[in-house]
Design a protein around this ligand. Structure first.
Ligand SMILES: [Zn+2]
Length: 504
């Protein structure tokens, strides 16, 4: 059985078969049954959500020999001709390949003539946003005064690229990405009709990879069935989609939360055995972290009903700041992974980064941006005044980009002579780098009219040992960071393998 066969066989033929678009189906059913036919429809939405399928269903509903209704018979000559793709009065045009005005004009020349076979001539223009401005103008003229026997159905993935004049002539429907559960339900239905046995997790694997596109889901299903022997199993699905079973990603998260570097590397190696698409694995990791964040703030939200059980425990173990930090590292990791020539290593580095930036003490993380830092008992009133004035000073520096972000997440700890100490919330540590810190330093030096020494300390590292006499906080912090990195098992492994040393 070829892919075409399965996808075509199970393409919805009536409105009641359409999956995942209840609002559109309801409106169209009521209109067709009442005989309210609009001369132009516009279906927008991402690929594979059913735009052209709906257009063909409308063509059948309008041309069924039994009469106009939301429920065409499916048996008459017209119904069959439309399904088989040789109905004269359904004119399908791909906007992407017919962009020129001459082509649109020649298409529209036939509009005035009566239908050859059916009641209505239906013009389906797919990817209509690709038409040229002249083509749109030609189309608009027809849309302004359409003959009563002509219906236009426009389909697009990018409705914002359509001229307002065209949009205003159309009855518009937005087709949503099909929900995961609706895709799984449809796949289940198809497999049962086809008498295939299956593993439910395999269907979730397909539905996730299809990202809201029912067409992609059916295509993946077809492919996975070809690779399965007798029963559709998870392994066959992951071999095609490049994903990995969710439990593997959950295990990674658990190791990160426990700070268990050895297990983390072992689980990463197990994932590597799937030869996955690391982008897919990372997307799964991001999706789980996003769910944890929702669980932490809105546990009764519909979005987190039926999440995997371990996530409930993770949401309790992680602080919201840690969840945000890991999410941010994973998010930026998507970009870094693209640059990495060896994806498996790139992915490992990303996981290790999560451990390196792991806040050391949970209570230390609770210092938020904007929280005034208590000045020490001997602090002079001018020190207090400066802390109060700090937000105004920051505004006057007029920094932008990362430097602005950095200051938004930092608080003034003290200013002694020319040295300014800032505390940076742990979650914002990834913002800190030489260039940004240099920008802030320059801006502060300009403001105070003297060369400022800047010391920025992540607040998670505040509980560091006392400084020896004469040591600046920066020196103490760097020494502490070095000690912590050197005592990390993963880093030790790296150092041994590459005979390196930690440089701060
Ligand atoms: Zn019919």
């Amino acid at each position: 059985m070829s892919y075409q066969a399965l996808a075509r066989k199970w393409r919805p033929k009536n409105l009641s078969d359409v999956v995942g678009q209840p609002h559109v189906v309801k409106a169209l059913t009521a209109a067709l049954d009442a005989g309210r036919i609009h001369p132009a429809y516009l279906f927008s939405g991402t690929r594979g959500v059913g735009k052209t399928t709906l257009a063909r269903i409308i063509a059948r509903s309008l041309n069924c020999e039994k009469g106009v209704s939301s429920n065409p018979c499916g048996l008459c000559q017209n119904c069959l001709a439309i399904v088989e793709g040789h109905f004269f009065d359904l004119i399908e045009v791909d906007g992407a390949s017919r962009t020129k005005v001459e082509e649109t004009k020649s298409l529209l020349e036939n509009v005035p003539y009566a239908p050859a076979q059916g009641r209505y001539k239906v013009y389906l223009i797919d990817e209509v946003h690709m038409l040229s401005t002249h083509s749109f103008n030609a189309l608009l003229k027809t849309l302004e005064e359409p003959p009563p026997h002509v219906i236009f159905i426009l389909a697009t993935t990018e409705p914002t690229r359509l001229p307002a004049t065209v949009l205003s002539r159309c009855l518009q429907f937005y087709l949503k990405p099909v929900e995961l559960s609706a895709i799984v339900a449809r796949l289940t239905f198809v497999l049962e009709q086809e008498h295939f046995s299956y593993d439910l997790q395999a269907l979730f694997g397909i539905a996730k990879a299809a990202r809201g596109s029912l067409r992609d889901a059916l295509s993946l299903l077809e492919h996975a069935l070809l690779m399965s022997q007798g029963r559709l199993e998870e392994e066959a699905v992951y071999a095609i989609t490049g994903g990995v079973p969710e439990e593997h990603v959950l295990r990674l998260l658990e190791a990160i939360i426990q700070g268990d570097a050895e297990s983390l590397m072992q689980y990463a190696a197990e994932i590597a055995e799937f030869s996955p698409q690391y982008e897919e694995v990372l997307a799964e990791l991001l999706s789980l972290l996003q769910k944890i964040a929702v669980l932490q703030f809105a546990p009764s939200s519909e979005a987190v009903q039926g999440v995997p059980k371990p996530l409930l425990a993770f949401a309790k173990k992680l602080s919201p700041e840690e969840t945000q930090l890991y999410y941010q590292i994973a998010l930026l990791g998507q970009r870094d992974l693209e640059l990495s020539s060896h994806k498996a290593s790139g992915f490992e580095m990303l996981l290790l980064r999560m451990l390196v930036f792991r806040p050391v003490k949970k209570d230390a993380v609770a210092v938020h941006a904007g929280t005034p830092i208590k000045t020490e008992s001997e602090a002079s009133s001018s020190q207090e005044a400066l802390v109060k004035k700090w937000p105004d000073i920051v505004k006057q520096l007029k920094l932008t980009g990362m430097a602005e972000q950095l200051l938004a997440h930092a608080t003034l700890k003290r200013k002694e002579g020319k040295t300014i100490e800032l505390a940076l919330s742990a979650a914002s540590s990834p913002l800190l780098n030489e260039r940004v810190s240099e920008q802030v330093k320059t801006a502060l030096s300009d403001y105070f009219g003297e060369a400022i020494n800047l010391c920025i300390m992540p607040s998670a590292l505040e509980n560091i040992p006392e400084a020896s006499k004469g040591e600046t906080p920066k020196v103490v912090w760097e020494r502490e960071r070095k000690t912590r990195l050197e005592s990390d098992l993963v880093v030790q492994n790296f150092l041994e393998t590459f005979e390196g040393k930690v440089q701060i």
